[in-house]
Design a binder for this molecule. Structure first.
Ligand code: GDP
Ligand code: MN
Length: 388
């Protein structure tokens, strides 16, 4: 799960990680009031969306006076912000963060995340912080230093010192940085974060080390033990189909650019099915795993969500009936089709428990379904449909 910068900064504050003074604003009036309360200029007006690269897209502005706070707040609120991370369709800005502007001496990069390859927690840091870290990673990866921490041993001061010296910090900022790194490690592990990222981490002209930006992602599978984080969820920022699917406990992920809807049981079969679709020359529009123990109602809702996506030009249902029996699947499909109607071709490949009963239900439904004899036949048929 992703959260907004202002929420990530709230967590930073809770852990004692220094952040600029500021507050979230939901209207131009509020932005104006918070700007005035800060009592200094410049004031930074920042778009709050679940995507980075806002600065380059025009979503971060430095206001030199109250009139400019108004001007930037009204310009950014409601705008469709397009960044490297939003895709070409962009995101509508509904929230702002209004902060004191800081005099920046140097912009650094710092992140902490679990590293699957080593099963350790890794800190990544770079002197080349700011807006172009992706290019640094691609072109000059040697400018990013990495320090690995065994989670069973925990973070020690030598880890933090190695990072501080790698960043060429000297004097008091070394102390500030090492204290901050230890807090970030604790935050990352306490909350099962999949990423804590600060870009830029700034050294100010008066020698302070402050998190100017903040990004935190959480491991969804651990959210059940972080109820406070669930309150940060912002449905405005999520794909509406994914939000609806989550209501029925369906594992549904929208895949931009594709046009084949998928209904599959089991994540492994779903991945294999997407590979087959790609090999046949088409592209999946989503990943929907109805799971092993799905009810007919879940199947119905899953199918309905797939059909509601205008990007979907054909649907492939690939079921290996085990715990999810084929008759139950068939009933769910028929119910959904009755309620919403099917306007696109649907190819079904179904095997396993109660398959004969499932086929009977589908055949007698009067629905126009294309049956496939095996998985590759199904993929070929659906790809032919996708190509028109
Ligand atoms: P991002 O583009 O979405 O990553 O947004 P950031 O929060 O990183 O802001 C982008 C850039 O705006 C930063 O790299 C800074 O150069 C600039 N910026 C943000 N806040 C301040 C500030 O308080 N003072 C100054 N001088 N620049 C700032
Ligand atoms: Mn940033």
């Amino acid at each position: 799960m992703k959260i907004h910068e202002f929420q990530a900064k709230e967590l930073f504050h809770k852990y004692g990680v220094p952040i600029p003074r500021g507050k979230a604003a939901f209207s131009v009036e509020e932005a104006r009031r918070i700007g005035a309360e800060l009592g200094t200029f410049p004031v930074v007006v920042k778009a709050q969306i679940h995507a980075g690269g806002r600065g380059k897209g025009g979503g971060v502005k430095l206001a030199g006076n109250a009139a400019e706070v108004d001007q930037y707040a009204s310009g950014i609120l409601g705008m469709t912000l397009v960044t490297r991370q939003t895709g070409p369709e962009g995101k509508i800005v509904k929230k702002l963060l209004i902060e004191e502007g800081l005099p920046i001496e140097k912009e650094l990069y710092l992140s902490v995340l679990p590293d699957r390859g080593t099963a350790k927690i890794v800190f990544m840091a770079s002197e080349a912080g700011g807006m172009d870290i992706e290019e640094v990673a691609a072109n000059t990866p040697e400018r990013i230093i990495k320090v690995y921490i065994d989670p069973l041993v925990g973070m020690k001061s030598f880890h933090a010192n190695e990072l501080a010296y790698g960043l060429n910090l000297t004097g008091d900022p070394v102390k500030q940085f090492t204290a901050m790194a230890a807090k970030l490690y604790k935050l990352c592990t306490d909350y099962d974060c999949s990423l804590v990222e600060i870009n830029p981490l700034v050294l100010t002209k008066d020698g302070r080390v402050i998190a100017l930006d903040a990004k935190i992602n959480f491991d969804d599978n651990a959210l059940y033990r972080h109820k406070d984080i669930l309150e940060y969820r912002d449905l405005d920022e999520e794909d509406p189909f994914e939000v609806e699917a989550s209501r029925y406990e369906l594992n549904y992920i929208k895949m931009p650019g594709g046009n084949i809807g998928n209904m599959v049981n089991g994540a492994g079969l779903a991945m294999a099915t997407m590979d087959l679709i790609a090999q046949a020359g088409a592209a999946p529009a989503n990943f929907l795993d109805v799971g092993g123990g799905a009810s007919a109602e879940q199947v119905e809702n899953g199918f309905r969500i797939i059909l509601a996506d205008p990007a979907v030009k054909g649907v492939l249902i690939n079921i290996f009936g085990g715990i999810l029996r084929c008759d139950r699947l068939a009933n769910g499909v028929v119910e959904a089709a009755k309620k919403v109607g099917i306007k696109v071709p649907v190819v079904i490949r179904m095997e396993g428990t109660n398959v004969e009963e499932g086929r009977r239900i589908l055949n007698e439904s009067g629905l126009n379904l294309i049956t496939a004899k095996d998985v590759s036949d199904a993929a070929q048929k659906i790809a032919a449909i996708a190509k028109g």
